[in-house]
Design a protein around this ligand. Structure first.
Ligand code: TRP
Length: 332
């Protein structure tokens, strides 16, 4: 059983709108790399998305689009389990149990909850508050060793570790206590228009955000308009947020080091650099977009694929859920 010797990786992403270049370079590209080395379980965290109000038809479209996009990014159903969270009821079941082992005080300290409560002041629902217990359930169900997450999820992962350790302490070893996994190459992509903020699909300036499925022309146009500075030297330095961001992106898509990039553009202006980054990104995303366009037309294949993945995920997490229920005292 080769699989059982590999470390188990779990990660998930919310299907809440289009996937951005930031999601791709910061997370999904790394998922694809990890599936070569680890036993990977990946989910579309659709249950998490309803903590913020969704329009039903749009939500369905977002889920299918995200599913097809992530397959197009090279997540291979032969190598990884990639499923839709709501298709595996064990997530909601374990989340309920774990919410009874998560303290009000702990959840109150989550900075994402505080931020989202400000942003969605009209709808501070209980799910928004207990969201980290669901995330803990996602991870702990698969006995994950490693969880690749961005910095914004680090606090939730720390809470997951606390919940796991607490449960293990009360009932004997039940859960693997997962470690965060922060790959060196996982670029944190910033807005092209406000490079001190993370690239986000909710950026008010559409030129700030590159989408995974943007056309070559649109991608190049957005990079040409990227905000830089007045020094006109391509080099990494404090205060040069725009250029630093473009260097990160260029490095992520070409594999070049800072030094190689600085040499390539020595004596050249920002115009040349921005065009080169735009072209490199567009070339990188083109095969993904083409694959997506083929996949999204093939609804039968998509359905077959996510149904098979749900069965595989359910089988994998059944034992853990049963163990938990027994230990807590439910009758079988
Ligand atoms: N909360 C994560 C986000 O918004 C998505 C997520 C849900 C997740 N469950 C997870 C990430 C488990 C890692 C592990 O980005």
């Amino acid at each position: 059983m080769e699989q059982s010797q590999k470390k188990v990786v779990f990660s998930a992403i919310q299907p809440s709108g289009t996937i951005t270049l930031g999601n791709y370079l910061g997370a999904i590209k790394n998922w694809q790399v990890m599936q070569e080395e680890f036993d990977c379980v990946y989910a579309l965290a659709d249950l998490h998305t309803i903590t913020v109000r969704q329009e039903p038809a749009q939500m369905r479209k977002n889920i299918i689009d995200a599913y097809a996009s992530i397959l197009a990014c090279g997540i291979d159903p032969e190598k990884s389990v990639f499923f839709i969270q709501s298709h595996v009821p064990a997530h909601a079941q374990l989340a309920w149990v774990l919410s009874c082992y998560t303290q009000f005080g702990e959840l109150s300290r989550m900075t994402q909850f505080k931020d989202k409560s400000v942003k969605h002041a009209e709808n501070i629902n209980a799910g928004l508050f207990t969201y980290p217990s669901l995330m803990a359930a996602d991870i702990l169900l698969y006995q994950a060793d490693l969880v690749p997450v961005g910095q914004d999820q680090q606090q939730h992962l720390e809470l997951t570790r606390n919940i796991a350790t607490r449960f293990n302490g009360l009932y004997s070893d039940t859960f693997t206590v997962p470690e965060g996994y922060y790959p060196k190459a996982g670029a944190r992509v910033m807005s092209l228009q406000n490079p001190e903020n993370k690239m986000s699909k909710s950026d008010t300036n559409i030129n700030g955000c590159v989408h995974l499925l943007d056309s070559t022309d649109v991608i190049i146009k957005k990079f040409k308009r990227a905000v830089t500075d007045s020094e006109a030297i391509v080099r990494r330095a404090e205060g040069k947020d725009g250029i630093n961001n473009l260097m990160n992106i260029y490095s992520a898509v070409t594999g070049l080091s800072d030094e190689q990039i600085e040499n390539e553009f020595a004596g050249k202006g920002y115009g040349d650099f921005k065009l080169a980054v735009g072209e490199a990104v567009a070339e990188n995303l083109r095969p993904i977009r083409e694959k997506y366009e083929a996949l999204i037309k093939d609804k039968a294949y998509l359905e077959e694929s996510y149904k098979a993945a749900a069965v595989a995920a359910s089988l994998r997490c059944r034992k853990t859920l049963q163990k938990v229920m027994k230990k807590v005292g439910f009758v079988f």
